[in-house]
Write a new protein. Structure first.
Length: 185
């Protein structure tokens, strides 16, 4: 089987179920952004500082692939079976966030991305996750999306923020604090 099919050369692609849509379709944008996020999750998983979190990050990648599969499925074909997310998937993220936060000092300032390359990767993943969430919400406005997917992406961005803080702690690097140029108006 060849990797290239030439079926997308005219700017269209197929959803699971066979329907052809433009590559600029909201559904394609949503699952493409989730795919991009998954690539950044792999990059995070490959960081030495995250070695002990490898299984947790791999599970998140599996759930992101489930989300992508769900979003890539023709919503007009109710008989097409795809992996789904469940409420417990969101609860797992919340438990992981709570566990990481218990290791940290309370947040008193806005944190900027940076301080260490690995920490910055977490912030890049967080911002891609926020974009994925926006894409999925936009898709949901025109075509139903499982609410667990939206909740999962929302919680995952929180997880990635806290992960960045824990990584900074583990790497023994200072968090980069935002310095405001606020003035009276």
């Amino acid at each position: 089987m060849k990797i290239y099919t030439k079926t997308g050369d005219a700017g269209e692609t197929s959803l699971f179920g066979g329907r052809r849509v433009s590559k600029s379709n909201l559904r394609i944008d949503a699952y493409g952004t989730v795919d991009e996020l998954n690539a950044f999750m792999g990059l995070l998983r490959d960081q030495k500082v995250n070695f002990q979190r490898g299984d947790e990050l791999k599970t998140i990648q599996d759930r992101l692939f489930d989300i992508g599969s769900n979003l890539a499925t023709d919503d007009r074909d109710p008989n097409y079976k795809v992996p789904s997310l469940v409420e417990d998937d969101v609860l797992v993220l919340e438990g992981a966030i709570d566990g990481m936060e218990s290791q940290l000092t309370p947040l008193k300032n806005f944190i900027l991305p940076g301080g260490h390359e690995s920490v910055s990767f977490s912030h890049v993943a967080r911002t891609v996750c926020r974009r994925a969430e926006r894409c999925v919400v936009a898709l949901n406005e025109v075509s139903h999306v499982d609410e667990n997917i939206i909740q999962y992406l929302n919680r995952l961005s929180d997880y990635l923020f806290v992960l960045g803080r824990v990584m900074a702690k583990d790497l023994e690097v200072a968090e980069v604090i935002w310095t405001s140029r606020a003035k009276k108006i």
